[in-house]
Design a protein around this ligand. Sequence first.
Ligand SMILES: Cc1cc2nc3c(=O)[nH]c(=O)nc-3n(C[C@H](O)[C@H](O)[C@H](O)COP(=O)(O)O)c2cc1C
Length: 222
Amino acid sequence: MKIIGINGSPRGERSATMRLIAAVLEGAEEKGAEVDVVNLIDLDIRFRNACSACFQEGRCAEEDDFPGLYQKIKAADGLVLGSPVYFDLVTGQMKLLIDRMADGIQCQALSGKYGCSVSTSGDHAEQTVVTYLNHVLQMLGATPVGGVGVATGKDQHALIRAEEDARELGKTLAEAIRTRRQYPEIEAFHQRFQKKFNAVITGAKPEWPGDYEHWVDQAWVW
Ligand SMILES: Cc1cc2nc3c(=O)[nH]c(=O)nc-3n(C[C@H](O)[C@H](O)[C@H](O)COP(=O)(O)O)c2cc1C
């Protein structure tokens, strides 16, 4: 069972968000997961120009570090997304990664995977970011199992307490993967989403052959 943590803080290893991601991964490791972590700030991930190559060819035209990371993400069983709050939302580094996975929505690239999200703020909006990141996981086809957010500026011990919660979250994530835990509401969301995109993909067949082939491979259209 492989779980990968992705840190969107530009402060990388020194970041408070990284402490939460590390705690989630520790908890998951205790439950037998093989873990890995990526600091987005260490990678060369560039802006794209909405060229649609991924929709058409099933791969990105940009030769930076994104295709390798996307492969790593697709090879994992679980994902831990983490971002500090920047202006009430995720950092640019995290948003750039999300936008580069554009074809992941149509292809439901994270289907069958489980995930969770963590966030730290100075004062507010950490829960907004956790909710947003879990929604992104869900839109990409994954099943989010929970999240931990903490405002670090209010209370110097808050981060330490949140690390405990994050460790428990990691255990939950690993157990959900091991037992293929069912979350009926999320499953219903995925079924609605798949139905919607079935119509989009079959309707867009000539323009998006890459995505269409993926749906045929998955036996989602025939
Ligand atoms: C550019 C920038 C924008 C920020 N915006 C917010 C914000 O909107 N709300 C908030 O509570 N904290 C905000 N903060 C504070 C960070 O969210 C907080 O310090 C966080 O714990 C940093 O996490 P890190 O150590 O993982 O980078 C901001 C910090 C920076 C540098």
